[in-house]
Design a binder for this molecule. Structure first.
Ligand code: FES
Length: 153
């Protein structure tokens, strides 16, 4: 509830290195992640991260905690953050709300994918697979939103 009422790192980032957009076709919710990447001891790390989520209370809480978990981590460490860990960090989510934590994990993974692609860095097979799924689910989310007369987010 605290992460929903007072979310960390919420809002748009001015001048991000990269942004991602992901969606959840089950509910039509959409999330954006903004990343600033720095270099420390020869490794790229998340210097700053922000989010904008059009979604339910769980989606906002999971977005907030995801940005806290990713802040300061190397790209590889952040890439390995999965929905189960995110929900555990929040103290657990009801089963019916587990898909909300996948939205923020997908947003984070997609932002890292976009950054690595932009910079010509190696992209793991796992991250490529996650990117393909994120693209497909975003398309399905857009269709779902159109079908229900919702604006493009
Ligand atoms: Fe859509 Fe939670 S109901 S992300």
């Amino acid at each position: 509830m605290e992460h929903f009422k007072n979310p960390s790192n919420m809002g748009e980032m001015k001048d991000p290195d990269v942004t991602s957009k992901v969606g959840n076709p089950a509910c039509g919710d959409v999330m954006r992640i903004y990343l600033k990447v720095g270099k420390r001891d020869g490794e790229k790390y998340i210097k700053d991260i922000k989010f904008k989520t059009f979604g339910c209370a769980s989606a906002i809480a999971t977005s907030s905690v995801t940005t806290e978990m990713a802040m300061g981590k190397t790209l590889e460490e952040a890439e390995s953050i999965e929905e189960k860990e995110i929900s555990e960090e929040l103290g657990g989510l009801p089963k019916i709300k587990m898909h909300c934590s996948s939205l923020s994990a997908n947003g984070l993974h997609e932002a890292i994918y976009q950054y690595k692609k932009k910079e010509g860095l190696d992209i793991s097979e796992d991250l490529k697979k996650k990117h393909k799924i994120a693209q497909k689910t975003l398309e399905r989310t857009k269709e779902m939103r159109r079908k229900h007369g919702l604006d493009e987010e």
